[in-house]
Write a protein that binds this ligand. Sequence first.
Ligand code: PLP
Length: 376
Amino acid sequence: MTNDPADLTCSDLPAAGGLLTVDLSAIAANWAALRDRLAPRTGCGAVLKADAYGLGADRVAPVLARQGCSDFFVAMPDEGVALRQALSVTAASDIRIFVLSGPVGSLSPFITHGLIPVLNSPQQVADWLAHAADKPYALQVDSGMNRLGLAEAEFAAVADKVSPCLLLSHLACADDPLHPMNTRQRTSFQAVADRLPKTPASLSASSGIFLGPEYHFDLARPGIGLYGGNPLPGQANPMQAVASVALRILQVRRIDTPGVVGYGATHAVTPGARLATVAGGYADGLLRSLGGRGQGRLGGYPVPIVGRVSMDLISFDVSSVPEALAQPGQWISVLGEGLDLDQQAGAAGTISYELLTGLSRRYARRYIPAAHPGAC
Ligand SMILES: *Cc1c(COP(=O)(O)O)cnc(C)c1O
C-alpha cells in the first residue's frame, strides 16, 4: 500500500472531500526509535492527549501497547476513560494510564477505571490521600515552568507523607538544547527526586530525550515525536512522517481575463493561469493563515495556495501542472507527499502540535496498519 491518494483502491473510501491518512507503522517505528535512544534503565511511555494529537487515540494506543508500551499519558479524565476502553482490546494487563491534569472535579472516573491522577497541588494531594490513599497516584513538581505542579516548598511540606508511583516534572525549553533553563530544571528536579529515592522519576518529553541520558531518569513521555513532529527544530527530523492530508479537486478554472481569487480579492490572476478549487478549508484545520503562504503537491508538482483560505475551500495555482493531472476528482496533498509537517505548520505561523490537533473530524480517515501491511 502506498501513501499516494491517487493509488487508493480501498473500496470503503467514502466520497469525502478530504482524506487523512495515518501511518500506524510509522508511529510504531517512531516509538521504538525513541525508546532505543533512552538510557538502559529508562522506560518509554507515550502521550496520547487530545486524541493522540488528533490522529485517533483508539487506533494508536493498541499499536503502541503491542510494541511494548505500558505507560500512557492523557490530559483529561474523560480521555483516560476512553483510552482504557481502547486498550481493552489488547492482552496487556500491566497498562498504566496517567491523567496529567489531575482530578478535575470528581475522583470517581479514576477509581472506576483505574486511572492514575497526576496530583499537581497541595489540595489535590490532600483530597486524594483523604479519599483514595490506597490507590496509585503520581506527583508533579514544578521545576521552573510555573505551569502545573507543586512548588518546591509545597513538595517539601508533603514529602514525608506521600508515596507516589511516579514523580514528574516538565521542561519548558527542551527544544532549545543550549537554553540555560534545561540545566536549571534538571538540577531542581534531581533535588526533588533525591528526597524520594525509591520513586521512579520522569522529566523528558520528545525533545528532552535528545538532551542526553542525564535528562532521562526512569521514564520518558514522548508525544509529538511519535506523530512525526520534529523534536529538534532547525535540524534534520529524526522521526518518520505519520500524517498525510489530501484534498479532492472540485473544479479547475482556466483564467481568460485578468481577475482575482477568493474572499477579499487579495490575489490577482492573469490569463492562461489555471486554478484548482479543492474540498477543504479552515474548518478542516487548514489554517486561514496558510492563504498566500502554504503549498500543496499535485502529482509531485508544487502548487501554491492562492488567495484566502475559505471555510470549506482552498484555491491552488496549478498552472505549472500538466492538464491531464489537474482534473476534478484528483487529489492535492497538503501534508505528506514530501510536504513536511513542521514546514507546513511554519507556513501557517504555528507549530506541528497545533496543526495536527486542529485537523477536523470531517476528513475520511485511513489507517495504514502496523501489523498487517496491505489491509485497509
Ligand atoms: C504534552 C506533554 C508531553 C509530551 O510532549 P511532546 O513535546 O509532545 O513530546 C509530556 N509531558 C507533559 C506533561 C505534557 O504536557
